[in-house]
Design a protein around this ligand. Structure first.
Ligand code: URA
Length: 223
């Protein structure tokens, strides 16, 4: 499956060296190669590499996180760290097959600040999310998932705009300008940050309920 000549979601991701990056009929591999050279914002300067989405070109569900973390930045692959481990475990529990899953992020470079020897995650700005939006739009156009699941507020706002609220709207299927229905849920990293075991268990159970809804939606969509 190929991306349309230009996404309907605004400008192509243009950078100092990259003009009209999503123009033309592009496969995921071609998009990935172009995104590797993206200069649409400054985040590339401190990141190891662009971390593009991963999964089959015909995946039925797309999970969208915020941005790669430290481990993802080094590996060049999304969701390979602890948050990805939790996402995978819960996805398996609710019966969403890995082969039908595409995972990506709203922002494709790791934004961080130094703290001693560590690189600490920094939330991307609205401008950085907007600069990356054409890549996300191109991924959705190419993969054509039946549902897009936003993990946390940054992904929710990238897909639905600044008024999106995970606490208010989680678990429902919402319309978006991107085409497929969108569901909001929490970011798995927020579950891992829960202050104690009881709240972690509760947050995990609610996350599992949200993904179970995605699983039944996909089963119904398959007929
Ligand atoms: N958190 C994200 O939002 N994305 C990743 O790829 C890893 C952690």
């Amino acid at each position: 499956m190929r991306a349309r000549k230009q996404t309907r979601h605004g400008k192509s991701p243009q950078g100092a060296t990259e003009k009209s990056a999503t123009e033309g009929s592009l496969s995921l591999e071609e998009l990935r190669a172009k995104a590797a050279r993206c200069r649409a914002c400054d985040l590339w300067k401190n990141a190891t590499q662009t971390v593009f989405g991963e999964g089959a070109e015909r995946s039925i569900v797309m999970f969208v996180g915020e941005q790669p973390g430290d481990q993802e930045d080094r590996a060049g692959r999304p969701f390979v760290g602890p948050a990805g481990g939790l996402l995978d475990a819960v996805r398996e529990e609710v019966g969403i097959d890995r082969r039908g899953v595409y995972v990506t992020n709203a922002v494709k470079h790791f934004k961080w600040e130094p703290r001693g020897k560590r690189r600490i995650h920094k939330k991307p700005s609205l401008r950085e999310v907007a600069a990356c939006k054409p890549w996300l739009a191109a991924e959705i156009d190419t993969v054509k998932p039946k549902v897009v699941v936003c993990l946390g507020a940054t992904a929710a706002q990238a897909l639905l705009g600044p008024k999106a609220r995970v606490t208010r709207d989680r678990g429902a299927l919402l319309e978006s300008e991107f085409g497929p229905p969108v569901m909001l849920t929490v970011h798995p990293a927020s579950i891992l940050r829960s202050p104690d075991q009881a709240s972690r268990d509760e947050a995990r159970a609610r996350f599992r309920e949200d993904l179970a809804k995605v699983s039944s939606f996909l089963k119904k969509a398959r007929g």
